[in-house]
Design a protein around this ligand. Structure first.
Ligand code: SAM
Length: 300
């Protein structure tokens, strides 16, 4: 077999799922044109996450903490090795959520268009247009670890606590979490504690490890690691290569999950594997016409 075939196949897979994500984004924009776009992970983050699921050998259940318009839950559901996505959000009014953040980050959003909509209504409406992915996603109004909802708001006593699924390593299915809910030190620490309490082999990706929220998220990770009896590791994803911005992601894992994670991190730094990511990213951001031609070539 031609030695370039695995490369073409991998790039093709990454592209296919990135394309699906862009279709979901277009759907959100069509349904909710005034919704801020910058709250979700970047395209480079999507590339790193997509590559993780491509290289990770096990089937997974994803616990997606912080649903908002469902972009992360949708993207995880596009990954063939992901069996189920449990997406959890306390489900505030969209206007409350936007007001909460816009006190800290400069945003000017027309709030009138959202009226009584809640964040899970956004996700439900967009997911309804994607039957395959929709089947994998379970949306839950509640919290996982932190009972505080929103940076400026109070603790909620009455909010549902969604149980973290317990997965035995022998079942050949692992828990992967995506922590993107409350971006305070206490919020991140509480979510990590809830994830790992009964799943020491879980792997947790954290969004917003850089930029405005970076110090709070990283402080939450540090507190979690310092206060745990088991040994946990944290890796902040670095700038991958030419033309790619630094990912806004980190990963937390115990020594029990270290072999798989280290394998993935080594691949990310290897020139051959890196070239796949640079290529997939380049193609996915090319003009529509060029994208069609290249996608055809890579998914043939
Ligand atoms: C940055 S958005 C999530 C973006 C989403 N992951 C994506 O990729 O599009 C943060 C979400 O976290 C939710 N949230 C706030 N406090 C939370 C908590 N304690 N637990 C879980 N989610 C929370 C907010 O309602 C908001 O919808």
């Amino acid at each position: 077999m031609d030695s370039t075939w695995p490369l073409i196949k991998d790039v093709g897979g990454l592209l296919k799922r990135l394309k699906r994500l862009y279709e979901y984004e277009d759907t959100i924009t069509r349904l909710f044109p005034t919704l801020p776009e910058q709250w979700s992970f970047s395209r480079v983050d999507a590339l790193v996450l997509g590559y993780f699921f491509q290289t990770y050998s096990r089937k997974t259940v994803v616990l997606d903490i912080g649903t908002f318009a469902g972009r992360s839950s949708f993207y995880f559901a596009t990954q063939p090795k992901v069996l189920k996505v449990i997406s959890v959000d306390p489900n505030p009014l969209v206007t409350d959520e936007i007001e909460d953040i816009s006190m800290l980050v400069d945003l000017s959003v027309d709030l009138e268009s959202f009226q009584d909509l809640r964040v899970l209504d956004l996700a439900r409406a967009a997911l309804a247009e994607f039957a395959d992915e929709r089947q994998k996603v379970q949306l839950h109004a509640g919290v996982v670890g932190s009972r505080q909802v929103g940076i400026q708001r109070d603790f909620l006593e009455s909010v549902d606590e969604v149980e973290v699924p317990v997965l035995e390593p022998s079942d050949d299915v692992s828990l992967v979490a995506f922590v993107d809910g409350l971006h305070t030190k206490e919020g991140v620490q509480a979510d990590l504690e809830a994830i790992f309490k009964r799943n020491p082999q879980a792997i947790a990706f954290l969004h917003d490890c850089r930029g405005y929220w970076g110090p709070f998220v990283q402080a939450g990770v540090a507190n979690f690691i310092e206060s745990s009896r088991k040994k946990y590791n944290f890796h902040l994803f670095e700038h991958l290569g030419p033309g790619l911005e630094a990912p806004n992601l980190g990963i937390v894992y115990s020594d029990l999950g270290a072999v798989e994670v280290n394998n993935f991190l080594l691949k990310l730094q290897h020139p051959l594997h890196l070239s796949k990511l640079v290529l997939a990213f380049g193609v996915s951001t090319a003009s529509h016409k060029l994208q069609r031609i290249l996608r055809k070539a890579f998914t043939a």
